[in-house]
Design a protein around this ligand. Structure first.
Ligand SMILES: [Zn+2]
Length: 186
């Protein structure tokens, strides 16, 4: 099993694991069952958020390029997802009209979902970063079949060095075989 597949399996496990943390927190905070108070409900969600945040970060940490922009967006997503949860909680409480704990129970589920989805978009490698990484790895530069010139970043399949022209399929088939597992399965 490649490391990437292992990571994807662990990523899918976040849902059942978070559910387990939720149930255990409920049991610990509400021994003997009963109606959870608002404070306890919020404490349960805090435990779930902490678990999801740490688990998700540890899982992808070393694959994320922490640019300033990416850090800022991650913080913004964290704040906005919490705000979204609070708003939905208040909406449920106001519209239904339910007890504050019911609002907290339903609204509380929003932040982790929104946050995880947002991080998928925010942490994703941009095409430019991918090219930079693969070029640094030294294997994925598309090179001219005739003279070996590095064609990375070219917008047409014509070599600026020797002037040879190719179709895209010609370029593809003449490239040396790449070790995809090594490049992607980090
Ligand atoms: Zn060339």
């Amino acid at each position: 099993m490649s490391r990437l597949i292992a990571r994807l399996v662990l990523a899918m496990l976040i849902l059942p694991l978070a559910g387990t943390v939720f149930v255990f927190s409920m049991v610990i905070l509400l021994p003997g069952g009963g109606q959870p108070g608002l404070a306890r409900m919020l404490a349960v969600w805090a435990a779930v958020y902490a678990f999801i945040g740490i688990y998700w970060m540890l899982l992808w940490q070393d694959m994320i390029r922490w640019t300033t922009e990416r850090k800022q967006r991650t913080w913004a997503a964290t704040v906005l997802s919490l705000v979204a949860g609070v708003l939905l909680g208040l909406l449920v409480e106001g519209v239904l009209p339910a007890a504050a704990e019911v609002g907290a129970l339903i609204g509380g589920g929003v932040p982790p979902i929104v946050w995880v989805l947002a991080t998928v978009l925010i942490w994703r490698e941009t095409p430019a970063e991918r090219i930079a990484r693969l070029t640094a790895a030294g294997t994925d530069a598309v090179s001219c079949p005739t003279c070996g010139y590095n064609l990375t970043g070219m917008r047409e399949a014509r070599c600026p060095e020797c002037g040879a022209q190719y179709t895209l399929d010609e370029l593809l088939t003449t490239q040396p075989k790449r070790d995809e597992e090594k490049l992607e399965g980090r």
